[in-house]
Design a protein around this ligand. Structure first.
Ligand code: BV8
Ligand code: ZN
Length: 255
């Protein structure tokens, strides 16, 4: 079912969520867009608009030009530092408090879900706050000054370069996190898919898995995406506008 305005299907989605035994939300860069964090594919401001993802978000890219890749991440660390959770992040934390068995899975590496109050967020693609040695894998804690340094620090144990703890293209996702996300989608009665173009695999497979396991899949996005075909309901609009309305409706039912 497609809907143009947010007021249409939200009551029906809220009722589904309220009676669901388990529900899951998959978010992408779009949920952080209204916090001022550029998405990847927005032509004008998109992070990729100036660079090729393989050139930046990959081991080879980092090995070939560590300072360029480090500075790209430094830009994002600063942007996230300056950003605040938007009403969309806050609404997802509200839903998690109102509903039994609500799991938040994100492709984002920022911590805006956590800063909005979401707990146990499954970060499929890692986090900007985690760092480790490219060579020996030793995890390192970096303070903000170190994360904003002009060049990557080096490992105390082996003098290898320190890299961001994110999943780069061509790298495997953490098996445990993938298992958590997979299980949440298999068990979900309702799946919200918010702010993702559905272009990056295997995360893009999750809505399909949920649907095949019987979930009602809801897409929240201003435009059609690769995942629109798998959605039962499409709510066209910005997450910062739609999700608070949905959380209001759910809170009215469950309170
Ligand atoms: C892997 C961390 C096994 C780093 C990221 C199968 C088919 C095709 C390709 C592959 C495949 N399997 C593997 C691949 C290769 C690759 C891949 O998928 N490539 C793509 C480009 C085709 N996948 C991998 O390499 C994965 N690893 O599969 O391992 C393996 C191992 C070896 C060899 C083969 C396989 C690892 C992928 C992880 C990459 N790391 N991030 C970093 O962040 O720098 S991906 C990165 O891009 C993000 O994490 C995110 O996942 C993705 C961006 O996607 P979105 O979040 O959707 O953002 P986007 O800008 O695209 O869209 C924004 C959306 O928001 C839009 O729809 C827009 O309309 C909407 N929006 C805008 N404003 C709002 C809004 N929505 C709501 N409200 C708003 N206000
Ligand atoms: Zn090392």
């Amino acid at each position: 079912m497609r809907a143009t305005g947010p007021e249409g299907p939200l009551a029906a989605i809220a009722r589904r969520l309220a009676r669901a035994e388990a529900s899951v939300c998959l978010t992408g860069a779009g949920v952080s867009a209204e916090s001022g964090i550029p998405t990847f594919r927005d032509a004008a401001t998109g992070l990729w608009s100036r660079f090729d993802p393989e050139q930046l978000a990959s081991v080879d890219g980092f090995r070939n030009n560590p300072n360029l890749v480090w500075r790209w991440y430094r830009e994002r660390v600063q942007a996230v530092q300056d950003a605040r959770p938007n009403p969309g992040h806050i609404a997802l934390a509200r839903l998690a408090r109102s509903l039994e068995g609500f799991t938040t899975v994100t492709q984002n590496v920022d911590d805006l879900h956590e800063r909005a109050g979401s707990a146990d967020v499954v970060h499929l693609h890692g986090r900007l706050t985690a760092y480790r040695c490219l060579e020996c894998g030793t995890p390192v804690q970096l303070d903000l000054a170190q994360r904003l340094a002009a060049e990557p620090p080096v490992c105390a144990a082996c003098a290898g370069l320190i890299r961001p703890g994110v999943v780069w293209f061509g790298e495997l996702l953490d098996a445990n996190l993938w298992e958590q996300a997979y299980a949440a989608c298999q068990q979900a009665d309702v799946m919200l898919v918010v702010g993702t173009s559905g272009l990056v695999w295997p995360a893009a497979e999750l809505p399909l898995l949920a649907r095949r396991a019987g979930a009602h899949v809801v897409e929240v996005n201003p435009e059609d995406t690769e995942l629109t075909g798998w959605a039962d309901t499409c709510v066209r609009g910005r997450s910062g506008e739609i999700l608070p309305l949905l959380a209001d409706q759910v809170e009215r039912i469950v309170s």
